[in-house]
Design a protein around this ligand. Structure first.
Ligand code: HPA
Length: 239
């Protein structure tokens, strides 16, 4: 580990994080996850209100911490977790916009890979690098999903630096090569994990469709979010 703790953006102490951290984008989501699914919860960091918690799920230690929005943000937090706190696995639990016409609101997608328009690849001197999930995390999640009879769609995500103004042919172009959905973090997380010899996976529920223009109702959001969280937590304690 090359960073001393507390790190610039996380004010936790050494040993405060479990080996596996679940990362939603939203700090209040992190708090909700900790309060809803974990026992013996302790808040371990609050810098910039980017909240992090450690607790237990079925008796095993798991942490949850927000990533913020976008690749620069998740790059900072995942780097500090991996390099400062010895975290081994990060599972992003987020939302994504469907680019595939067969995906419905609330479906769960898993990023086997993550294409990106972000400069992080080039700036790392790795032009052409293909960010991919850790196979063991992906495999474990798929086994958990099968056991729980939860349908997931595994494939490519697109991690965009833009939420607005991606261009008119964006959806057509990326869906034509089978890309499932767009979000804003997975590729940065996968790149950091690859650089540092760590493991990462991104799971997202579909919150809106760029194909149909549909958006989530709060009820759909809660049900599918719960299914995704069970998959992520069961995966975390199986590693
Ligand atoms: N674009 C980018 N990120 C997203 C979207 C989107 O449409 N929906 C959920 N996360």
């Amino acid at each position: 580990m090359s960073l001393t703790v507390p790190t610039p953006h996380i004010n936790a102490q050494k040993g405060d994080f479990a080996k596996t951290v679940l990362m939603p984008g939203d700090p209040l989501r992190a708090k909700y996850i900790a309060e809803t699914y974990l026992e013996n919860v302790k808040q371990v960091t609050s810098v910039r209100n980017v909240l992090g918690f450690t607790g237990t799920y079925k008796g095993k230690e798991v942490s949850v911490m927000a990533s913020g929005m976008g690749i620069p943000s998740i790059s900072i937090y995942s780097y500090e977790l991996f390099e400062g706190y010895g975290v081994e696995n990060i599972i992003r639990v987020g939302t994504a916009g469907a680019m595939n016409k067969d995906l419905k609101i609330g479906d769960i997608v898993v990023g086997m890979g993550a294409c990106t328009n972000s400069a992080v690849i080039k700036e790392s001197g790795l032009k052409g690098f293909a960010p991919i999930a850790d196979y063991n995390l992906l495999h474990t999640l798929c086994l958990v999903a099968e056991k729980h009879e939860t349908k997931v769609k595994v494939g490519n995500l697109f991690s965009s630096d833009l939420f607005y103004g991606s261009g008119e042919d964006f959806v057509q172009k990326w869906s034509s090569v089978g890309t499932l959905a767009v979000e804003m973090e997975a590729a940065g997380l996968y790149l950091n994990a690859a650089k540092l010899g760590k493991k990462a996976l991104a799971i997202c529920t579909i919150s809106d469709s760029l194909v149909t223009g549909e958006a989530t109702t709060s009820e759909q959001r809660q049900t599918s979010f719960n299914e995704m969280m069970i998959l992520a937590l069961e995966t975390a304690i199986s590693l």
